[in-house]
Write a protein of this length. Structure first.
Length: 113
């Protein structure tokens, strides 16, 4: 069994920064591929970017968001900067372990003055 937990969400003013963390625990060997997604109210869930099991990474929102793996803490982090009200959403982490998708319950990010 694999459990995925997101953390680090909250409220931030426009232009601010937040770092979200994703931790996958359980029956995992090596490093799983992890993707970050978000879903704004009334919109479809969208992919932000991901990091492969070999730690290759891809960012969608370039210049503002970066994804990295912290091997020591066994987390995959989403560093967000210059946040805009349009970034308000629930942010989800998806881990792929042995070909099976595991999702966290999400963490709310609200960008508002």
């Amino acid at each position: 069994q694999v459990r995925v937990v997101e953390s680090g969400g909250g409220m931030v003013q426009p232009g601010g920064s937040l770092r979200l963390s994703c931790t996958a625990s359980g029956s995992i060997f090596g490093f799983p591929a992890v993707g970050w997604y978000r879903q704004a109210p009334g919109k479809e869930r969208e992919l932000i970017g991901g990091i492969g099991s070999d730690s290759s990474s891809k960012e969608i929102v370039k210049g503002r968001f970066t994804i990295s793996r912290d091997v020591d803490k066994n987390t995959v982090n989403l560093q967000m900067s210059k946040l805009e009200p349009g970034d308000t959403a629930v942010y989800y982490c998806r881990a792929i372990v042995s070909g099976v998708d595991y999702w966290g319950e999400g963490t709310q990010v609200t960008v508002s003055s």
